[in-house]
Design a protein around this ligand. Structure first.
Ligand SMILES: [Zn+2]
Ligand SMILES: [Zn+2]
Ligand SMILES: [Zn+2]
Ligand SMILES: [Zn+2]
Length: 472
């Protein structure tokens, strides 16, 4: 489908004229187009919608106060859509505005008297709505034999097939579950069939690869002492909690991807969510096929149970859909949470020591996302440093925005103008996999990882580290 046809199709899904014969024919035609794109029709619709939303945001809707209010309430965009903006060659000038909104929204939540949740990322909202419209469109025409043949032809990923099965009428649900199971049985598992498309997977993998040199460094320092490892983490110049989480996941996935034979992860240790299945595949290795097989087997088990429940009483049928689509117990997501908790506990213990507390004040500090997650329990030195870093970030963003004005063209435009790509480490460290911003813009994904400075602490090394997150 051409981009124009796809946009018209999305508009028709949004405003269907229900009830007319013409509409039924159009639904069929739209579903035909949707399924003609190959695996996976719904994933594609979801990702295209987010791409369109972001393109329109860059070109036009950033001037709409309502849209910017949504960006503010969401404390900016999610890591995937922040990476999308960072990689878009037409967006660098807009990044200070986005970070300005994120900082305003995050600061308001941080100082709110009562705990308030942040709104979802607006681009994620657009993609979720598009996926819902696509699923509804398919459900409307699934009774047509032609549509069944098309769905049978490997045009919808397992994630969306099971979502359709959970929402369809029992006879259709049974057929969808059988189709999903037959496909898993017939074909060797591949990541797209299992987990669907992932528009961010290449960008995420490029950031995760930058963690590679930090795995042996962590091992070497940890073998020396826990304090040596902690100090090495702080010298890297990023949020230590994001670093701890992302590094732990990367270490786990590298181990899973490389493990074969004795000692390889058992079935009960192999469950991964869609995001982490893509990350595992990007790491690559001899053990990847076994992990995909284990996840396939787990999904086959779910489908068997689903089909059995459909044949049982009304209560079992009612529970069948939610059970089929409940979130996978992901080993990597658990590892991420555990590593974050352990790193936060170490931080809290470290800053109680007077010497370590002084050293902490010279570091990057935690990111705004982590501060919001732990706003009630953040140790005072952590909160104090965060407020200082956010004040410096505020100054840099204001300065970059001020210097976008034509009347400032005679002024020096220096390091503050790169705040667009540096700010994410202070707003949400996951954007760069818990590491400092790459030295080159992220669209050049071949840049070398930032190595930690091995030199002993002195003013020059300190200043070099500092410029990774702040030019103030
Ligand atoms: Zn899909
Ligand atoms: Zn998003
Ligand atoms: Zn963080
Ligand atoms: Zn996961």
């Amino acid at each position: 489908m051409t981009p124009v046809a796809r946009t018209r199709f999305a508009a028709r899904l949004l405003h269907p004229r229900a009830g007319s014969g013409e509409e039924a024919l159009r639904s069929l035609s739209d579903a035909r187009h949707l399924l003609s794109q190959g695996l996976c029709a719904i994933c594609r619709e979801r990702d295209d919608s987010a791409g369109r939303w972001l393109s329109y945001f860059i070109a036009e809707s950033h001037t709409d106060p309502g849209v910017m209010a949504r960006v503010t309430a969401a404390v900016g965009f999610c890591p995937a859509h922040t990476r999308h903006l960072l990689a878009d060659a037409s967006a660098p000038w807009l990044l200070p505005q986005v970070h300005d909104a994120a900082l305003r929204g995050g600061s308001r939540l941080l100082s709110a008297a009562q705990e308030e949740g942040r709104s979802p990322c607006p681009a994620c909202g657009a993609s979720r709505d598009a996926a819902e419209r696509g699923l509804s469109a398919l459900l409307r025409v699934l009774h047509q034999p032609e549509m069944r043949t098309a769905v049978d032809g490997n045009t919808v990923c397992l994630q969306h097939l099971t979502t359709l099965a959970a929402r369809a009428r029992p006879s259709q649900a049974l057929w969808l579950a059988e189709t999903a199971a037959a496909r898993l049985d017939e074909h060797p598992p591949d990541v797209v069939s299992l987990a669907g498309l992932d528009a961010d997977s290449d960008r995420r993998a490029a950031q995760a690869t930058r963690l590679d040199p930090f795995l042996p460094l962590e091992r070497a320092r940890q073998n020396s002492s826990v304090v040596a490892r902690w100090e090495a983490d702080l010298e890297i110049g990023c949020c230590p909690l994001c670093l701890g989480e992302q590094r732990a996941v990367h270490r786990l996935l590298r181990w899973m991807a490389a493990s074969t034979g004795r000692g390889e992860p058992g079935r009960e240790e192999s469950g991964l969510c869609s995001r982490h299945l893509h990350e595992l595949t990007a790491v690559g290795g001899e053990g990847v096929a076994a992990i995909l097989e284990a996840n396939t087997a787990a999904w086959l088990g779910r489908l068997v149970r689903f089909r059995r429940q459909l044949a049982e009483g009304r209560d079992a049928r009612r529970a069948a859909g939610p059970e089929l689509t409940r979130a996978v117990r992901c080993r990597a997501c658990n590892e991420e949470r555990m590593a974050g908790r352990r790193q936060l506990a170490l931080l809290a213990a470290q800053v109680r020591e007077p010497v370590a507390e002084v050293a902490w004040a010279r570091t990057h500090g935690v990111c705004l996302r982590h501060a919001l997650m732990h706003r009630e329990t953040l140790p005072v030195p952590v909160r104090t440093l965060l407020e200082a870093r956010l004040a410096q970030l505020r100054w840099e963003i204001d300065e970059a925005l001020r210097k976008q004005d034509w009347h400032t063209r005679h002024e020096v435009k220096g390091a503050e103008m790169t705040i667009g790509r540096r700010a994410p480490t202070l707003l949400d460290g996951r954007v760069y996999a818990g590491l400092p911003a790459p030295s080159a813009p992220p669209r050049n994904q071949t840049s070398e990882p930032n190595e930690p400075d091995p030199a002993p602490k002195d003013d020059a090394a300190d200043a070099a580290r500092r410029t990774q997150w702040s030019s103030t």
